[in-house]
Design a protein around this ligand. Structure first.
Ligand code: ADP
Ligand code: MG
Length: 244
């Protein structure tokens, strides 16, 4: 058994009287591509957000590469380099060139020299097929290209794991596939990824494992073929097939 990159045990989170995560257990192996699916409000975003402390869990444990992420001593800046996050909204700075967006944290947080940061930033842009847009401004890019730039920004920090929260939900339909293709390429290079997405065909074809959440609980999980072969009445299977 290979040690997991991300291990979540007994994770709990509530907002007021709303128990959003009810003792979640989840392990992600190195190089794995895991899709988290489930109805709106089931706690998917909250789960991802707990993994880089954008939300503070109430209990349980999360470790990244064996390191306790919920310790009061955890350096949040360092943590957020190790856990790359890509959101539905790309959040690029519009007044900065694409390369500057990608290198900002390398210079400010990693304290790299401008040259060093540019080299690392260009390499990251290369991985998402955007090196030729390094000098452009975000507004000159399509939505798909902006999202790829946001992926490059996270990748440049050499995270141990990448978390994607509905990365294609804000895109025009014709721009979705270029972002999914980039994710597929990253998988080939061994990047560990957890993806919340409604792109069910992509999940079926590309995921190593699908995790179905409902009401703050992991209800079912397994390889796509196993979920799809489940008996009618399986919530995960119905949820998946409805979207295929
Ligand atoms: P999903 O991503 O699966 O749609 P979320 O994790 O966004 O679900 O939300 C799960 C539940 O937590 C929902 O009922 C939502 O309203 C609630 N929730 C999420 N974030 C907050 C917050 N910051 N404050 C209060 N309630 C929240
Ligand atoms: Mg969500």
């Amino acid at each position: 058994m290979i040690a997991p990159i991300l291990q979540i045990q007994g994770l709990r989170k509530h907002f007021g009287g709303n128990e959003v995560l009810k003792s979640i257990d989840l392990s992600i192996a190195p190089g794995e591509l895991v899709f988290i699916i489930g109805p709106s409000g089931s706690g998917k975003s909250t789960l991802l957000r707990c993994c880089n402390r954008l939300e503070e869990p109430d209990g349980g444990s999360i470790t990244i590469d064996g390191e306790d992420l919920l310790s009061p001593r955890t350096n949040l800046n360092l943590l957020r380099q190790r856990v790359g996050m890509v959101f539905q909204q790309f959040n690029l700075y519009p007044h900065m060139r694409v390369l500057t967006n990608v290198t900002l944290a390398l210079r400010k947080v990693r304290r790299m020299s401008a040259d060093e940061a540019d080299r690392a930033g260009l390499a990251a842009l290369e991985r998402v097929g955007l090196a030729h847009k390094a000098r452009s401004y975000p507004g000159e890019l399509s939505g798909g290209q902006q999202q790829r730039a946001a992926i490059a920004r996270a990748l440049a920090l050499e995270p141990k794991i990448m978390l994607f929260d509905e990365p294609t939900s804000a895109l025009d339909p014709e721009l979705v596939s270029e972002v999914l293709l980039v994710m597929q390429e990253l998988k080939k290079t061994g990047v560990t990824m957890v993806v919340v997405s409604h792109e069910m065909r992509f999940a079926r074809d590309a995921a190593d494992r699908i995790v179905f959440m409902e009401h703050g609980v992991v209800v079912e999980q397994g390889p796509p073929a196993q979920i799809l072969a489940a008996l009618p009445g399986s919530r995960a299977r119905d949820f998946m097939t409805d979207a295929l």
